[in-house]
Design a protein around this ligand. Sequence first.
Ligand SMILES: Cc1cc2nc3c(=O)[nH]c(=O)nc-3n(C[C@H](O)[C@H](O)[C@H](O)COP(=O)(O)O)c2cc1C
Length: 148
Amino acid sequence: MKALVIYDSIYGNTAEIAKAIGNGIAGEVKVVGVSEVNQQGMESLDLLVVGAPTQAGRPSQAMKDFLDQLSDSITQGVNVAAFDTRLTTRWIKLFGYAAGKIGKNLKKKGGNLLLDPEPFFVTGKEGPLKEGELERAAAWGRQIAGSL
Ligand SMILES: Cc1cc2nc3c(=O)[nH]c(=O)nc-3n(C[C@H](O)[C@H](O)[C@H](O)COP(=O)(O)O)c2cc1C
């Protein structure tokens, strides 16, 4: 199984979550920052997982730019999953979150969304992650792999 986890991260929290998800998926899995991805390396994937920090209710700008130029030919018929990191503060809910928007984008491009988009929580803008989130991320990775 060829799996790729692509993430953006400004303060490092989403990167940590992405790596934990990759460990959970196991097998032939690469975890790559969005600025290092090239679409040639994305051909014939069995699984694509995409995650970003939520900023103003959306994926971070680098992830938004990446998704805007991501070709349907990469995602068509591919198993996909989406996650984000976000604050625990509730009022922020008004603006929405990144994960659902990433999931919607991948689905629109023909991806087969395996699970509901998943949130992981930070306790402040720069982190740290809420306790237990790395373990939860690894478990989510295992769940993805198990649903293939
Ligand atoms: C400019 C900016 C806007 C943000 N907007 C939101 C938001 O709308 N909702 C939310 O839950 N968190 C928001 N946050 C908190 C981020 O989600 C948090 O910084 C991120 O999860 C940290 O991930 P990273 O360490 O990978 O960058 C925002 C942070 C920044 C810097």
